[in-house]
Design a protein around this ligand. Sequence first.
Ligand code: PAZ
Length: 394
Amino acid sequence: MASHWEEFYKTHLPPTDFEDNRSLLKEFCERHNSIGERIALVTAVHFVPFLQSGGTTVPLEHNTVRFVDNFSAGTRGAASAEYFLEQGYAVIFMHRTKSLEPFTRHFNGQKFMDMLELNDRGPNTTITVKPDSVDVLAPVLANYKAAQETGKILYVTFTTVSDYFWLLRAACECLGPLGPKALLYLAAAVSDFYIPSSELVIKPDSVDVLAPVLANYKAAQETGKILYVTFTTVSDYFWLLRAACECLGPLGPKALLYLAAAVSDFYIPSSELPTHKIQSSVGAPTISLQLVPKLLAPLVSLWVPQAFVVSFKLETDENILIAKARDSLNKYKHKLVVGNMLQTRRQKVVFVTPESSYEVLLSREQMINGMEIEDLIVSNVVISHSNFLASFKY
Ligand code: PAZ
């Protein structure tokens, strides 16, 4: 049985930055509401438009060294946030710390460094892309370029513990001949039990790509149309979501909740967590998880009963996707479930409403032109939200 949501809040303290976030949410919602704007809460993160992004973690210890994670990098929420802004919404982007964010998601990590050109390495050094960051970026970029140009660095990545084992052994085989000149600095936090996944985002590296994204980012910042709030654990997420709903309530049907976060279905109650790091010397642990309460129930019926709520449903078996989406609509009585399959979620989704279901998919040509499915998802959601607003009886 899922534990009850009220019990969950009673037994899990709010995150330490909760009050700060609550004030930000309040100010943001009041400001946009006062000028009659729609707000989307996006969850990879849940917000007004409530965008939700990234997966939640399930800590295995109070002093958390280990946690159970899921696959989500927050791509959907981050991309959707950009499209909601384009559609004129103000966006609350509630995302997992270190998950992908709107705009910067295009230029992550090493790819970002490759986009910058050092035009001159003398005293007149300039960086073409972002002149006001030259002082900060130049020395880092110079070191990066030097390492690349001299071939002094090799990037290899791993995700699973098995990848890591294979790579480490291969590296050792290559280092062996160096004898004592080889130094192994084994600082990776390799889990005794599992390896959390990571994802490199590959994006085109040119100023032409950066310029429009940066322009949209600046516009969103300057008009105060986006608010970022972060969570890590499922408990943080619950606290933030409820606080966001409290602030969105006064918007009535103008609030759109776009719940794309991959929220854990299972967790370990706070009272059952060991205080300290689980020791591998005592053998493999037996971990007993409980069901996370279904927040959609109070969210739809109590917290934001007039809002337009869109939830997402991820499955790996296509045969049950629509039935599960429909179950969710029947149970929680919200407006729309967007269903997607793990393997095809970048190309295809299915919109399930109480009356119908239809596919939204990228054509081959759209894919070749670099279009993202979130562009189509958001356009369709906005049409449904507008129809809902038009039919709403105040
Ligand atoms: O974060 P991402 O872009 O990799 O994936 C998006 C998604 C699959 C997490 C989202 O579309 C979704 O289905 N969220 C709900 C997952 C669930 O069924 O709980």
